[in-house]
Design a protein around this ligand. Sequence first.
Ligand SMILES: [Mg+2]
Ligand SMILES: [Zn+2]
Length: 183
Amino acid sequence: MLIILDRDGVINAYEDGDYICRPEDWIPLPGSIEAIARLSRAGHKVAVATNQSGVGRGFYTEQTLAVMHDRLRELVQRSGGQIDHVAWCPHLPSEGCDCRKPGTGLLVQIRDALALDTLDGSWLVGDSRTDLEAGQKAGCQLALVRTGNGRNTEEGLKMAPLGTVDVFNSLSEFANAILQRTD
Ligand SMILES: [Mg+2]
Ligand SMILES: [Zn+2]
C-alpha cells in the first residue's frame, strides 16, 4: 500500500505558522522515524508531500530543503526502511500552482514517480485540513494525526466534517493501526 505523509507536524515538530528554515530546526517527532521504517519494512511504499512556500518566500533555499530531506532519508534507512519519494511545493499561495496542497499536484507527482495507476485506497496522513482535502480529491483514505496542527484541525472537522477521517495521536499510532490491519 502507498502511504503519503505530510512532513511538518507529522514527521517533524512544527507549530502552525512556523517555517523550518535551517537543517538543525528539522527535529523528528518521537517515534516518527521508526514508524516510517516499520511501515516500509512491512512492504508499504512511503512518500512525503510537503508544502514549502518558505522557498518561494526566500526564507531558505532548495539546497537547504534537500539537506533536510537527505537527513530524513538517512534516519529512516538507519532504522531499516526507506522513503520512496519526496514531493514538495516551493510556491507561494498567490502563484496559484496546482501542487500546493489542497491541490493534488504533489500526490500526482508521487503516483507518477512510483509508476502507480491510481491513488485510490492509498493513505494520506496529515495534520492540516489542506492535507486531508488534497487526499480526499485524490481518492485517498484519510488519517489525521494530533501532532503539529492536528488538534486544531480536529476541532475544525467537528464544525465542518470532511468525510471519513481516522484520527491518531501520532504517526507511530497510525503505523500500529495499519500494521495490525494488514498483518
Ligand atoms: Mg503539516
Ligand atoms: Zn506548487
